[in-house]
Design a binder for this molecule. Sequence first.
Ligand SMILES: NC(=O)c1ccc[n+]([C@@H]2O[C@H](COP(=O)([O-])OP(=O)(O)OC[C@H]3O[C@@H](n4cnc5c(N)ncnc54)[C@H](OP(=O)(O)O)[C@@H]3O)[C@@H](O)[C@H]2O)c1
Length: 207
Amino acid sequence: VARLSVEAGYDVVLSNSRGPETLRDLVADIGPRAQAATVRDAAASGELVVVTIPFKAHKTVPVEPLAGKVVLDTGNYYPARDGQMASLDDRSETSSGLVQQHLSRARVAKVLNNITMANLLSLARPVASQDRSALPTAGDDAGAKTAAAQFLDSIGYGSVDAAGLADSWRREPGTPVFGDAVRRVRKPRGHARGEAVIRAALEHATH
Ligand SMILES: NC(=O)c1ccc[n+]([C@@H]2O[C@H](COP(=O)([O-])OP(=O)(O)OC[C@H]3O[C@@H](n4cnc5c(N)ncnc54)[C@H](OP(=O)(O)O)[C@@H]3O)[C@@H](O)[C@H]2O)c1
């Protein structure tokens, strides 16, 4: 995401759990528009903040620096990694809904959860390309979803509005939209998936 963002003209600030010094080589590789900071400083500096950590760590994301900001949550719930949660298993809650609960004053949009890192790079295409892929957005705040769609557009993707966070289980692991992404893992340069395919896949998701 940082690489595509820099290519699109954004300045990016990266953070991780170990500290900015551990990101020195990555930042140098991405180029002068990238820098590393602590989690709190990265959260404070971003206009658009991407939270892309294992779901089980979401409560460590600092709340106060993200107040009022659009937060893009790429997360997925994997019980084997994140621990079993009955409310996520029965779809009465969603991982991004819980991220929004934690970041109560931020405006959370779920995006980018159903495409792998490698495919995100290889399938990005300029506007109006015949083989441009679309990705679902979801969120309870219309402005956040618009910002997410504009961000996707800037890094090489169309978007499909996939409603609110309560419905975002429709694109979690195991659903058709997610399965589509899994096939892309095996065929990194596989076919683009346009808006109609994504819409149909979201509709076919079952509990
Ligand atoms: N990888 C993909 O292709 C992909 C695609 C779509 C969605 N996702 C989802 O996106 C999320 C991130 O995936 P990933 O594959 O990047 O996971 P990952 O390889 O485990 O990387 C997680 C990153 O988050 C950092 N991190 C972990 N806990 C943190 C905390 N409490 N505070 C700050 N930073 C923390 C880690 O830093 P340290 O190494 O310093 O701990 C690491 O840089 C997951 O929910 C995943 O399911 C991944």
